[in-house]
Design a binder for this molecule. Sequence first.
Ligand SMILES: Nc1ncnc2c1ncn2[C@@H]1O[C@H](COP(=O)(O)OP(=O)(O)OP(=O)(O)O)[C@@H](O)[C@H]1O
Ligand SMILES: [Mg+2]
Length: 600
Amino acid sequence: MSDPFIFRTPWRPRYEARTLILTTITASLLAFIAHVQALPDGLFFEALIILSVPALKRVPKFMWLYFRQHRLHGFKTRVMPLKALRARHLKDPQQLFLGHGFTWGREEGQWAHDLLEGHQGLLRKRPHRPGAHWVHGLAPREQALYQPVEDGRGHLLIVGTTGSGKTRTFDLLIAQAVFRGEAVIIIDPKGDRDLHLAAVEACRLVGKEEQFMMFHPAFPESSIRIDPLRNFTRASELAARIAQIMPSQGPGDPFKAYSQKALDHVIQGMLLGGERPTLLKLRRCFDGGLGDVLSKALERHCEKIFGEAFKTKIPAIKGSRGDHRAAALIRFYRDHLKTLAPLPDLEGLMALFEHDATHFSKMVASLLPILNMLTSGSLGALLSPDPRNVDDPRRMTDIARIIERREVAYFGLDSLSDSLVGSAIGAILLSDLAAVAGQRYNYGKDLSPVHLFIDEAAEVMNDPCIQLLNKGRGASVHITIATQTFADFTARLGSEAKARQVLANVNNLIALRILDAETQHYVVNNLPIIRRRSIMRSHGAIHPGQHPVLFSGNQNERLEEEDASLFPAALLGQLPDLHYVGKFAGGLIVKGRLPLLTAP
Ligand SMILES: Nc1ncnc2c1ncn2[C@@H]1O[C@H](COP(=O)(O)OP(=O)(O)OP(=O)(O)O)[C@@H](O)[C@H]1O
Ligand SMILES: [Mg+2]
């Protein structure tokens, strides 16, 4: 193929077979005649040699064609026990195993186009198996595919239709991250049982069972308790974290903006009062009035200035509670402290407290359902853990601690039962992780790798996750996201520009079977263009006049080159389960297939 004047295709009919059959028949005939007629042996052998030499010359060509065409039959799915994967990992821990396959280059591209367009008959002869198994037979052999772990320290996008193998790819990558002893956070909106089990098994194999933890709203009794508001640098971050999961009526939605501002003031108030904000406390505050939070913050401020005896200076608070107490404290603050020791961070909350209650409740009407949703029933204790509740045996943690201790955390979001709650939990956890990544980025300490795996990523994608994709590499947070189509990102994020931001930040791509044409074209456009060769044949006959004897004809054969995609887009829609085309950082393009880690 490298010679520009040679055009050779393994898909042509095996003409050599005819020569070989004919030679064998003739040789047998000769042997028979020599035997029957009792002819001298020498004559027979001479004739046989003359016949065999051209036939034998065709044997290698025939074998080559047979072997290449036979490989189009397809392959059985490999099963690789976790132990075998571990053994592979131990041989070279710095290599990431990506299944079996081969480098996909210009030649494979050319042959795939040829088969699709000119040799459909050959493909039809293959035994029936769903999907274009033959694609994997285009190379003479497959081998184990590896990527140096260091090269893969970016983000990976896995795209494929339902049942194509996204979650099984996660199994493989998660197991290897666990073997490397790195922190792993898995966000699984669907709650795939096998994914959970694969992560547990991988931990068990390396004796890290203790370090595995699960969060699952449907199994609260075996779930961990995690505070998604635990990590932040500024109070405004927490307000934005909650506001971003509110339904929006478009950019600049005044209700959302007001709710975010109100959350900001309340969270400031809680922090000034020495309280750590949790979702449950915020709900109580918005449901039951701002008086308590305000009173606590003001009392703490007064205590700082006047000491324990400050209560004697404000007789109005004696015996009063709630809003009355808050009102008395506000009066005292304005009369005596505003100039002496101002507390600008709390003045917003004071204004909010004095705001018309009906108008306030109307403005935050869309925030309350969100807070209710994340705090009702068993979710209350799961997402707003109370460290003072020593009776609760469930483990309590937060994202920063998971990362610090290099643990493996699986978050099943149970989106199938309630997609709204699942998306909200996923999004708020991602925001928390983004805050932790920001701190790692800023302070640069302990930059051991963190792996974030997000299955069905479009369900939880949000702005903090885009920031994570954007800056995560600097904080050693490596993200693997799986989706069915890119349109899912556009639908979730509300604009194509944002969806493009997601795609622009990934430097590794695994494309499984893709049915959506737009997504197919995105993948194919990401691959190089090749110059595809084809033979054009034409023939014609000309009768220049009426005379029947005057006749001329021509026959042309032309080798042409034209631009073509390295991998035909339509073929992406026909890949069998677990087969993929991968493009990895450093320019490596492969056709691979993944093993199953669990027995079929
Ligand atoms: N243990 C197993 N034995 C045999 N086949 C399996 C096994 N586990 C998964 N598969 C097959 O592998 C394919 C890929 O499954 P996987 O769960 O990874 O799909 P997916 O792309 O995540 O799909 P979805 O979007 O529906 O979650 C499926 O067709 C499934 O039937
Ligand atoms: Mg899946």
